[in-house]
Design a protein around this ligand. Structure first.
Ligand code: ATP
Ligand code: MG
Length: 220
């Protein structure tokens, strides 16, 4: 018997029908699952009706925190929103995002003396942190600013260069529709509790550990 004849035998036809009905059942089960998922997602979207400024913390030891913060500022600017950035570290460092965003009208305040892990002068660092924080306070009380990025603020709180209570107060009293993003490692527990959205970036790998130096246009 040839295989062509095989295909026409009742046994083979029945097997083919079985296969078809299994596929149909699979498709129906998939459709039912998707419908259920859609209902649940739709219900959650329907339930989320609040309009408010969101306070977000981006923390963790992985790479991508500041990048995500600047990405959000870019998103805001792309919708004709006003945004401002205070950089609490790396005063003298280059910053590709700053070069672009300043041209688009985003106000930047970079911490004067440029606190980095290299500085040794505590008094000078505290004065620089205080001055940058004063700028942040002005922004956090200005309803015309839709988004404020406080890049690397977490370290100022950890080092106790800026009083946590002042940060919490300013965040709580800010304009209702203003979004605030704080980035930096080891964010204080109280700020995490206060935040509406918190993301922790986990390092799985980093090129630096393979001896790759910080690359312009990629790392800064
Ligand atoms: P990025 O600015 O690239 O988004 P980040 O804000 O998450 O990084 P920071 O802790 O602010 O990271 O450190 C800034 C610099 O340190 C960047 O040049 C970044 O590539 C580097 N860096 C970040 N995470 C790590 C890591 N896990 N190991 C080594 N270097 C890192
Ligand atoms: Mg950073």
């Amino acid at each position: 018997m040839t295989s062509k004849q095989d295909a026409n035998t009742p046994a083979v036809e029945a097997e083919h029908d079985d296969e078809q009905s299994r596929e149909q059942q699979k498709a129906q089960r998939h459709k039912a699952r998707q419908q259920k998922l859609k209902q649940s997602v739709d219900a959650r979207i329907e339930a989320a009706q609040k309009e408010q400024g969101v306070f977000m913390v981006i923390t963790g030891n992985g790479k991508g925190k500041s990048t995500a913060g600047f990405g959000s500022v870019t998103r805001a600017v792309g919708h004709n929103k006003t945004a401002a950035v205070v950089q609490f570290i790396k005063g003298g460092w280059e910053c590709g995002e700053r070069n672009v965003l300043q041209k688009l009208g985003v106000k930047f305040h970079v911490m004067g003396s440029g606190f980095t892990w290299e500085t040794q002068n505590r008094e000078q660092d505290i004065a620089a942190a205080e001055s940058a924080w004063k700028e942040a306070e002005v922004l956090l009380s200005d309803p015309s600013i839709d988004m404020v990025l406080l890049d690397e603020l977490t370290y100022m709180v950890t080092y106790k260069y800026i009083d946590l209570a002042r940060v919490v107060d300013a965040l709580k009293q800010r304009p209702k529709m203003q979004h605030v993003i704080i980035t930096g490692r080891a964010c204080h527990r109280e700020l995490i509790e206060l935040a509406d959205t918190v993301s922790e970036v986990q390092p799985l790998k980093h090129a630096f550990n393979d001896g790759v130096k910080a690359q312009i246009g990629f790392d800064y």
